[in-house]
Structures are given as C-alpha cells and as structure tokens.
Design a protein around this ligand. Structure first.
Ligand code: TEU
Length: 576
C-alpha cells in the first residue's frame, strides 16, 4: 500500500511538472487564441437578391468557401436594423436584422451553417452610440422629462454653448448638435445620426447587457466592441486643451468608470457564456491596453490597437523601420500577459496590398503573399479582411461624387467650409479612404465579379477579371492558395501562435526578419518589404533545416548569404 502511494505520488509529481512545463510555453490555451478570424463586410460580400447590396443569404451561399480558407472565426460588421448613415454603425434596433441583409431566420441559418462547419461567429456590438432613429433616441429627444431622456448626453441651451467637443464625422467637426424640440444639444462623437449613449446611466448599461445576452443565447461566440474605449465620459464636460482633437484617443479614450462598466459587462454577460470579447481600440498606452485585456482583470480578452495600421497613414510610403518597431514593442509588451489581434486591414482603412505591399501588377501577388505570411506568423490572433486572401487592391476614386462613406463626404464638406486644400484632400482620400477597402468581393470574371446581378452599391474594382476567387482557385501559386497554406501551417505549428518572438536585423530597411520559438522548436521568418533584391547573411547562428513556406520558386542561398527577391517571404525551420 505504502509503495503504491509513493509511486502514485511520484507519478503525480512528474505529471504536474510536465503539465506546468506546458503551461509556461503555451500559456493558457484557448480557441480564440489559436484560430484565424475572417472579417466580412456583409454589404460587399455577396448579393443574392439583385439589389446591389450583399446579404446574409450571400454569406450562407459562401460558407463552403469560407470553410475552405481554414479560418475558424467569422466577424461580420454590424447586421442590425439601421438607416445606414454609417453602413450599419448606426443601429435603430439591436434585436433585428437590417432589411437589406435579410431576416432573423437568415441569421439563425447562417449561425447554424457556421457552427456545422466548426466556425465561430463574432458579433459587432456598437454601443458607444445608437442611431438617432432608434426608439430610445426618439423618446429621449421628445421632451426633457421623458423616461429615456437620460439615455443620451444632453446639454440644456440655457446653460450656454456647451464646451467644444470634436466630432470625427461631423461636417463642422462639432460633436454637439442643437435640437430645437427641447432647446438642448446632444452629443455625437461620430455623425449627427449617431448620438452617444449615456453609459453613466445604469438603465442604459442593463439594456446593453440584455441585448448582448439575447445574441449570446442565440449562440454567438464572440463580441467585437465598436469604439468602446470612448463609451465612458466625464459628464461635467470640462473644457479641454486647445488642439486636443489631434489626439482624440487620449482625451476621449478610457474615460472615468470604463473599467467598472467592463467588469459589470463581464459579470453580466461574458462570464456566463463561452465567449470572448475584443475591444476596438486599446487606449493610448500599453498600460491602457493591459488594463482592458489581462486575464486576471476579468474585463475583455483581446486587444485591437491601431498603432500598427497607423504607420503610413499618409501619402508618404510607410517606413519599414517604424513598422518593425511598432510590432516589436507591442509583442514584447504582451509577451507575458494579455493577448493581441494581428491585422493589416479592416473596413476603416485602405487595402493591405495597396498600403503595405505594392499593388502594381508585377508585385501585387508577391507582396500580398508576403503580408499574409507576416500576419499568420506573428503572435496574437490573426484577422484576414475579406478579399485580402486574394490580394484585392484600392479602387482609388478621383471625384468626391464617387464616394459613399460618410467620413469621406463630411470630411470633404469640412475642407470646403474651412477653405482647406481640396486637391490635397482628394489625393489623400484616393489612397486612404475607407471606401477603398469596401468594394465588392471579387468572385469570378463574370459581370460585377459575380457579386450581384444588379448594380453594386459601390463599384467593383476594374481588376476583377484577373483577381477573383474562381481564377485563383485554379492556380496553385495564387495568393488565395498561399493564404490557405499559411493558415494550415499556423494550425499545424503552435509555435506560430504561442512561440516567443525575436526581432532580427532591426536596422535593415528592406527586410523584416524574426524568429518564433517554442519548446525547442525554432522558425526563421524573412520578409522582403521592398521591390528590390535584398541580400543578407543568415541572421541566426543555427543552420536551416526545412523550408516550410516560400512565395517564390527558390531561395537563393550561397555560403550562408541569402538573396531575397522583391517581396519574397519565406519561413525556415531551424536545426536544433
Ligand atoms: O471606428 C471607430 C474609430 O475609432 C474610427 O473612427 C477609426 O479611428 C477611423 O474610422 C479610422 O479611419 C468604428 C468603426 O470601425 C467604424 O467603421 C465606424 O464608422 C465607427 O466606429 C463609428 O461606429
């Protein structure tokens, strides 16, 4: 008996050590860390009823395509009822589906279809603001003593003009809109049709938790909290320093009580379901980001910071050195605690290939594959924005009449009103506008790229005959097939998910090189971000063992000197 107990004790000790060893390298393994998120802008994915607007049935029709990518989560931009001042980011009913997108039955079928394919669903939750056409706001604006009055921020006009608040989408840049019905101003950080909800009111918070539970009960697996860092406000509205709007996140982000609201949301919603939540925006410091997502805080689970995408947010080509610095410092700040999102595009920015790669015909494919190699070999949860698996590019409008985006249109009005440089503004929109990343998905070479039988709400990019799913499916060397291979490689090798990241060649102005290592396994990733050949000695002491990924036919290597072709990207497993 004694011997049995001793043996059992020894066994348990060995077992627990092995287990602990695992915990240090893999941290806390969870499905949302190990998967890849595919972001779909539903308006532009697939239209099934010929109105030129994508719909839920369209996403359902393409479920097998989504599955074929190997991704494990799908995030859809807002699908709730909306007058579409900001394409669904202005919600008029949080428990209904936008009529252009379909019905609740369509939603239920979509969710079922995803789950049958083992794909999780991430719901966009837009609760910093609602639409001005939401019933709450209609009530709120109707009289000062309406029970919904305190659902929004009102400033009675008899107190004088409210302290200046900058609005991101207002044609005058003014976040206070005067409303004559009750002789008061309401607050809107985004457009006039997006009044900010008053999170300081516990009834508002309860409404939101109930809405989130409504969707969690339906089976959604994750939430993406839109602009949530702005939700908490100092309701005394103090005067802010002149020029503060140049740093909106610092002054609007992480307001008083934001953490207590998030803790409450965790208690009320997240803790009761197997769901995760990602915050859009992560404050302005690492401390802010950690304070939102560290597991021991029980608030959110994943941070989505803007700094990586902000590199090169101008007409000048982005600087690789700065890009490397940003990704490296965020990785090291999150090496021990917290979890990041990794992405190079979304619905608010230009196409990845045009911004960080090179969309000229000779380099588009290589640079797209290089960027996807980057996203899918970094630590954090990778996001692929629909069409980036194909290497879709900016459409590049020339005239303001071509734009649909409220940010572009109201920004233009502001430039005109303030006598700004219109030519300069249009040049910057042509490259940076959000519509660049919202053109219809390119399915095949038929008319309108197979997106719609009608007239698409935003034109299809002219390059659709060459860049589309049908063509790329047939070509083993296409961006699409490279993307699939990279997703599979990541799935097969947890080192890409959890492994330690080390930057190499920090000063090199063409090559981004780094290693990932886990449990004695080490990978070398080398990416040439330039249109010229780049030559460099192998930046590690170890020998190369096996080439796991390459976007060219060969790797030129002689006497430990590597020559990388323009936008070449490869991954080697290193010898132990
Ligand atoms: O974006 C929030 C946000 O901070 C944006 O202002 C972003 O910085 C800007 O668009 C970059 O160009 C979210 C959504 O992603 C965006 O589509 C919505 O328009 C916005 O909230 C309002 O809901």
């Amino acid at each position: 008996m004694k011997i049995f107990l001793i043996l059992t004790g020894v066994f348990l000790l060995i077992f627990s050590c092995a287990d602990q060893g695992k915990k240090t390298s893999y941290e806390d393994r969870t499905w949302w860390k190990e998967g890849v998120i595919y972001q779909i802008y539903p308006r532009s994915f697939k239209d099934t009823d010929g109105d030129g607007i994508g719909d839920l049935k369209g996403v359902i029709e393409k479920l097998d395509y989504i599955k074929s990518l190997g991704v494990s989560m799908v995030w859809l931009n807002p699908i709730y009822s909306s007058p579409n001042a900001d394409n669904g980011y202005d919600i008029s009913d949080y428990r209904n589906i936008m009529k252009e997108f379909g019905t609740m039955d369509d939603f239920d079928s979509l969710l079922k279809g995803l789950h049958e394919r083992d794909i999780k669903f991430v719901m966009d939750v837009v609760v910093n603001h609602s639409s001005d056409e939401h019933e709450w706001f209609k009530q709120s604006r109707s009289s000062r003593d309406n029970p919904y009055r305190d659902y929004y921020h009102w400033w009675p006009a008899e107190k004088g003009t409210p302290p200046y608040r900058y609005s991101l989408f207002d044609p005058k840049g003014d976040a206070w809109k005067y409303d004559s019905i009750t002789n008061a101003y309401y607050l809107h950080y985004f457009s006039q049709k997006q009044p900010d909800l008053k999170w300081e009111n516990p009834r508002v918070r309860q409404e939101v938790y109930d809405i989130m539970k409504f969707w969690a009960d339906k089976g959604v697996d994750g939430f993406r909290l839109d602009a949530f860092q702005y939700a908490a406000k100092d309701t005394t509205f103090p005067v802010l320093p002149v020029g503060y709007e140049k740093n909106v996140i610092k002054y609007y982000g992480m307001g008083p009580n934001l953490h207590s609201y998030l803790k409450e949301m965790y208690e009320e919603v997240f803790s009761k379901y197997d769901v995760f939540a990602v915050s859009e925006g992560a404050g302005s410091t690492f401390e802010d980001a950690h304070s939102l997502v560290d597991a021991d805080r029980n608030e959110l689970q994943m941070a989505y910071h803007f700094e990586g995408m902000d590199v090169g947010n101008s007409l000048d080509r982005f600087q690789l050195k700065e890009f490397k610095e940003v990704y490296t410092k965020w990785d090291s700040a999150f090496a021990k605690k917290g979890w990041l999102s990794v992405f190079l595009a979304n619905h608010d920015v230009p196409r990845m290939a045009s911004k960080f790669g090179n969309d000229s015909p000779i380099f588009r494919e290589a640079s797209t594959k290089m960027l996807n190699t980057f996203i899918l070999s970094m630590r954090g949860t990778p996001y692929c924005y629909y069409g980036d698996e194909l290497g879709m590019t900016n459409i590049g409008f020339d005239s303001i009449s071509q734009y649909q985006d409220i940010a572009a249109i109201n920004g233009y009005k502001k430039v005109i009103d303030t006598g700004g440089d219109v030519t300069q503004y249009l040049a910057s929109l042509k490259f940076l506008s959000r519509d660049n990343g919202r053109t219809p998905m390119q399915w095949d070479a038929s008319e309108q790229a197979g997106f719609t039988t009608g007239t698409p709400w935003l034109p299809v990019n002219d390059n659709y005959k060459k860049i589309n799913v049908a063509v790329e499916n047939e070509d083993p060397e296409s961006c699409l097939n490279h993307f699939k291979k990279m997703v599979q490689l990541r799935k097969d090798n947890p080192v890409f998910v959890y492994g330690k990241y080390t930057l190499l060649l920090p000063e090199h102005d063409q090559i981004y090189a780094y290693t990932r290592e886990l449990d004695g396994e080490k990978m070398l990733i080398m990416l040439n971000f330039s249109p010229e050949v780049a030559t460099v000695e192998i930046p590690v002491k170890k020998d190369l063992e096996e080439l796991l990924m390459n976007n060219y036919q060969n790797v030129f290597l002689k006497d430990r000197v590597l020559s990388l072709e323009p936008y070449q990207a490869f991954i080697y497993k290193l010898k132990n």
